[in-house]
Ligand binder design. Structure first.
Ligand code: GLV
Length: 310
């Protein structure tokens, strides 16, 4: 028998517990409030636990991050670098984020924010629709989620470019690589999509110089992390009209503070970090496999690279 600690403010404990215990009867899943003997806990499945929480479990062998971006765990100085962190990026998470980007890419392409504003003002404003092939989308980050998102946008008929640090080959997606997004990628993007993890390299990536290289009237979708955006620079680009609209799902501070300018900005659509979520039925097997491997001293899949920072 092994004990798995579960902690998430977003995901349902009972559904996860039932799915994992049904898949692997040798695992007992316990919540933070009812963790039992702390020494018995050898694995943790967590989303954004309070800093210091995991330090209470002296026999922890592996932490599974209930999502793609493990930045909240990497910010916790009490988690030793030797403790493996595995990222959970299941089919549900990939599909839900890709759907989110497709939804808002189509909305931006069809000028839905401008049409909604015209309706509110009771103005009959005809904005000519154009085919998706006339809109070029630049996707930053081509990992499991970014790659599927780029494929889906291309399947919808958009012209799609992707940028990643390492070279990629993708049918239907023009791929760029390198340490920084190249000019050709930025200057051609009608819609820029950020799907990058929070790292030292992506911190403040979307600043005035980068935004200034986008086409006048370009739009932004951020589903990576809020730390990629210099907020004052984004507001300035929106206020000048250089950027037509921004769709934001992730923020530097979450929940977004009540007084934040983003809430009421006419050129911002925001959602409460709900672009995607893992699903217990799809992930229970992976979680059980990671725990078995960890107990058997085997190599773990999807481990966070502490040097790369994701
Ligand atoms: C969500 O933000 C995730 O990292 O999975």
């Amino acid at each position: 028998m092994t004990t798995l600690l579960f902690h998430s403010d977003l995901d349902d404990f009972t559904t996860w517990k039932e799915a994992i215990e049904r898949t692997a009867p040798s695992i007992t899943v316990r919540s933070t409030q009812d963790a039992g003997a702390l020494e018995a806990v050898t694995a943790a499945l967590v989303w954004a636990p309070p800093p210091g929480l995991l330090r209470r479990f002296p026999n922890l062998k592996v932490v599974i991050n209930l999502g793609a971006g493990a930045d909240s765990l990497l910010r916790d100085p009490t988690i030793p670098p030797s403790l493996p962190i595995v990222r959970l990026t299941d089919r549900a998470l990939i599909d839900t984020v890709a759907d989110y980007v497709l939804l808002y890419a189509l909305a931006l392409h069809r000028r839905q924010p401008e049409l909604a504003a015209a309706q509110r003002a009771q103005q009959w404003t005809f904005l000519p629709p154009t085919p998706t092939a006339m809109t070029r989308i630049g996707v930053m980050g081509l990992g499991a989620i970014g790659g599927e998102t780029a494929r889906r946008l291309a399947a919808q008929g958009f012209k799609v470019m992707g940028w990643a640090r390492r070279p990629r080959e993708m049918t239907g997606v023009e791929c760029f690589h390198g340490l920084a997004p190249p000019d050709l990628f930025l200057t051609q993007s009608d819609i820029l999509v950020n799907l990058l993890p929070a790292t030292a390299q992506t911190e403040n990536l979307i600043d005035s110089p980068l935004l200034g290289r986008l086409k006048p009237g370009a739009a932004l979708i951020n589903v990576g992390r809020g730390s990629a955006i210099v907020e004052a620079d984004l507001l300035a680009a929106l206020d000048m009209g250089h950027l037509r609209h921004a769709v934001l799902d992730v923020f530097r501070t979450e929940p977004l503070p009540d007084s934040h300018a983003f809430w009421t900005h006419p050129r911002i659509t925001l959602t409460p970090h709900n672009a995607g979520l893992c699903h217990p039925e799809l992930s229970a097997g992976f979680v059980a496999d990671v725990i078995a491997r960890s107990l058997g001293g085997e190599a773990l899949p999807s481990c966070v690279d502490r040097i790369a920072g994701y």
